[in-house]
Write a protein that binds this ligand. Structure first.
Ligand code: CA
Length: 317
């Protein structure tokens, strides 16, 4: 798919779909890539250190972590299989601080910590170093694991509510995964578990809570998040200017990427993969691509990864 054909597809899609108003004027689809196999993406980030896109995916017992090399010319990807989660763990948010990779899992409440290594055949793998419990707040909320990102010091986790939880990785050893597994959903909470900080996210125009905070990406103090709702047709990405220790944060901008789903349908029809344009919907997975100051966006079981610029004035280093 060329940039020109993408432009034509944009025009076609706008004409055909009434409910989709098109891209935010500041957003532009740059290109796209075929994934070799659609997966239920739960979290993603791009690592400039090795020029790879890392994806955490799947529900138990088919969860894991893969990484992809993007072929700009062929608009394809080359995949490496880094880790398979054991049964009981569903892959959600994924990020890296220094040499450590972190994956949050879903309702089992586990934060996995890995280092990158190699197997006997010199294939890259993620080696599990520790498992921690997701810490809980003082009000005895027991969050699920949804999105995960970092600012190179702290982890930031979402749980599908209007909260974002800041976690200091240096305190993770205080959280016992076995304790968490046993009392998940119980009425009593331990007194020694807490988050470093909890943010509440509100809509700027109404002041309402923004529920469904999903996959996260923190870029230069701007926090981006996919928004989930039960309609399974949500394509919104919000941006928030973070203030480190404020208790509440207001959404600065909402990007509607419904057009990406229309582009996806067009490509599936063109490739003969689908004859109905029905199928995968929800946008999920947002990763900042440093070399091009753009974002890599995909969805749950989308076979295509889109690359888009969101804002001209991010001025990201
Ligand atoms: Ca991300």
């Amino acid at each position: 798919m060329t940039i020109l054909s993408l432009c034509l597809l944009v025009a076609t899609a706008i004409g055909q779909v009434q409910r989709c108003a098109g891209l935010d004027p500041s957003a532009e689809v740059v290109t796209s890539y075929w994934l070799n196999q659609p997966i239920a993406i739960g979290g993603s980030f791009y690592d400039p250190a090795d020029d790879r896109l890392y994806l955490s995916y799947g529900d138990s017992p088919n969860a894991g972590i893969r990484r992809y090399l993007l072929d700009v010319d062929q608009q394809t990807t080359e995949v490496e299989y880094l880790y398979e989660n054991p049964e009981g763990e569903s892959g959600r948010g994924l990020t890296r601080i220094g040499d450590l990779f972190y994956q949050i899992t879903y309702q089992d409440g586990i934060l996995n910590e890995f280092t990158l290594g190699f197997d006997d055949d010199e294939n890259a793998i993620l080696e599990l170093q520790h498992q921690y419990a997701i810490p809980r707040d003082d009000n005895c909320v027991v969050p699920e694991g949804w999105g995960l990102t970092d600012d190179e010091t702290f982890l930031y986790m979402s749980d599908g509510s209007h909260h974002i939880y800041r976690i200091n990785p240096e305190t993770l050893s205080e959280f016992d995964p076995h304790e968490f597994r046993i009392i998940y959903g119980a009425d009593e909470c331990p007194e020694d578990s807490h988050f470093d900080h909890i943010y509440s996210i509100f809509e700027s125009d109404t002041g309402d809570r923004m529920e469904g905070i999903n996959e996260l990406e923190l870029v230069n103090q701007n926090l981006y998040a996919n928004i989930y709702d039960e309609s399974l047709e949500t394509y919104r990405v919000i941006s928030i200017a973070t203030e480190p220790d404020s208790e509440s944060m207001t959404i600065e901008r909402v990007y509607d990427f419904c057009l990406l789903h229309e582009l996806l349908c067009e490509e599936l029809l063109r490739a003969g993969v689908s004859t109905t344009c029905e199928g995968p919907a929800n946008l999920n997975g947002i990763a900042y691509h440093n070399p091009t100051n753009s974002f890599l966006l995909s969805g749950i079981n989308w076979p295509i990864l889109f690359q888009a610029t969101l804002d001209d004035n991010l001025n990201i280093q």
